[in-house]
Design a protein around this ligand. Structure first.
Ligand SMILES: C[S@@+](CC[C@H](N)C(=O)[O-])C[C@H]1O[C@@H](n2cnc3c(N)ncnc32)[C@H](O)[C@@H]1O
Length: 437
């Protein structure tokens, strides 16, 4: 099928209000609607003309993989490049999200998708997470052809150069260096008695919707002031994690050490609290805070949460506070967390997640990545990655949902208004358990 391009096809994230029109479009195109509502406000985009939706494409996310489906264009608009623009948008979005590959099923458009870089593969070679989707498991006939697009081969073109501060999620070392620099200076500011902000570098006294008021005064009494000043989390994992006497706790990305010191109090002298961080200034600050607090059952380790420097099955509880969203390879972090937990061990983490798709400029803002926002996983993706790593009893509980005013306070000039991000981000408490006892 060759297409004559229309001058400019606009593509925008789908909103719940578009669902009915999209389902009608899919019926016209003889495509299934089962399961479309599940990830509609996250991975779907539409094109419209004069307020009428005339094109749709969805990229559903299952762990590290994407499923391209529901590519449909109204009959009168076919052959004008609308489908190509929608598919290109979804592929780019998948690349920016760090997906490993995108899959699809087709009965009629094998050649078309072939022209867009998809290759036919055996259905049995499709990852299990994708095979469990509604599209694969229920609605598409077994005669449909499975196709695959590996993202790595296209990665270099994923991040447009139009954003001066664009992140490249494939440049893991570059991302880590930027994170170290940002949190190194935050540690130095805290050591000098000044407060930092998780979201950018707000001056003192500016209210930060993410880090403000996370701890009750009673629980932080007796902790060094520098530990509180360095608090850059988005929740209070130790309050929710139900720690017991004698347990071994590991805090991934422990920063100035506030959650490690709180954990140490809860697990008592027979327990142990480890903090792991890769930023030298943070480790120095955390160790100084440990000395000020006189905590003997605490140890701060230098290392990367993607390669935890502890033996297999050596930890009872993993906590973390607003750090996993900063990792380039989140699946690796979760696999490492699983490895070091004892059978029956708990994962109890505060993190930022998204509830629907957010515009590309926000996703690609280096400053917002550093501020724990741009790298946030969708809540379903987070849970799917935990399941992929082997966890069970997975649960995600919202603790703070950010409204338009909060999003404005993220304070970054991406050209996206706070109103467009209203409710798109939330802090959540994520629980899971390593099977066994
Ligand atoms: C947003 S701060 C949170 C600090 C702390 N959890 C708190 O609640 O105050 C992120 C911390 O994670 C650390 N970090 C980020 N990525 C990391 C990685 N890949 N490995 C180890 N530490 C990391 C940073 O150095 C920084 O101290």
């Amino acid at each position: 099928m060759s297409e004559v391009a229309v001058a400019a096809v606009s593509v925008r994230p789908a909103a719940s209000a578009d669902l009915e029109a999209v389902q009608a479009l899919l019926r016209t195109a003889d495509l299934p609607i089962d399961g479309v509502a599940d990830q509609f406000d996250y991975g779907y985009v539409v094109s419209e003309v004069g307020g009428t939706v005339m094109g749709v494409a969805g990229l559903e996310v299952y762990g590290s993989y994407g499923l391209l489906r529901s590519v449909a264009v109204a009959p009168e608009w076919r052959g004008r490049g609308v489908a190509a623009a929608l598919v290109a948008d979804r592929v780019e979005w998948g690349a920016v999200r760090g997906l490993r590959a995108i899959y699809l099923l087709t009965t009629t458009a094998k050649q078309y998708f072939g022209e867009h870089g998809f290759a036919v593969i055996d259905r049995d070679d499709v990852p299990a997470a994708i095979r469990r989707s509604a599209e694969f498991a229920k609605v598409c006939p077994s005669t449909a052809t499975a196709m695959e697009l590996r993202i790595a081969a296209r990665a270099s073109s994923c991040c447009g150069a139009q954003f001066t501060n664009a992140i490249d999620t494939n440049d893991a070392e570059g991302l880590k260096a930027a994170v170290r620099e940002k949190y190194g200076s935050a540690a130095s500011r805290a050591a000098g008695g000044a407060k930092s902000s998780c979201c950018g570098d707000s001056p003192d006294e500016v209210w930060d919707p993410i880090t403000a008021d996370l701890y009750e005064d009673a629980e932080t009494q007796g902790l060094p002031a520098e530990a509180l000043l360095a608090s850059l989390g988005c929740g209070n994992p130790t309050a929710l994690a139900e720690l017991h006497e004698g347990e071994v706790v590991l805090d991934l990305g422990s920063g100035g050490g506030i959650d490690v010191l709180l954990s140490a109090r809860r697990v008592g002298p027979t327990g142990r609290a480890y903090g792991l961080d890769m930023t030298d200034e943070m480790l120095e600050l955390a160790r100084a805070n440990q000395a000020r607090a006189g905590a003997a059952n605490v140890e701060f380790l230098k290392g990367d949460i993607e390669a935890i420097p502890l033996p297999d099955a050596s930890v009872d509880v993993i906590i973390s506070n607003c750090v996993i969203n900063l990792a380039a390879d989140k699946a690796k972090v979760l696999r490492e967390a699983f490895r070091v937990l004892r059978p029956g061990g708990r994962f109890a983490v505060s993190d930022i997640v998204v509830t629907r798709e957010v515009p590309a400029p926000v996703r690609r803002s280096m400053e917002l990545w550093m501020g724990c926002v741009a790298g946030a996983l969708h809540r379903d993706e987070y849970m799917a990655l935990l399941a992929e790593a082997g966890f069970e009893d997975i649960d995600l509980e919202p603790t703070r949902v950010y409204n338009a005013a909060d999003a404005d306070a993220f304070g970054v000039d991406t050209g996206i208004s706070g109103a467009e991000l209203d409710g798109a981000f939330m802090s959540a408490f994520v629980r899971a358990r390593r099977p066994g006892s």
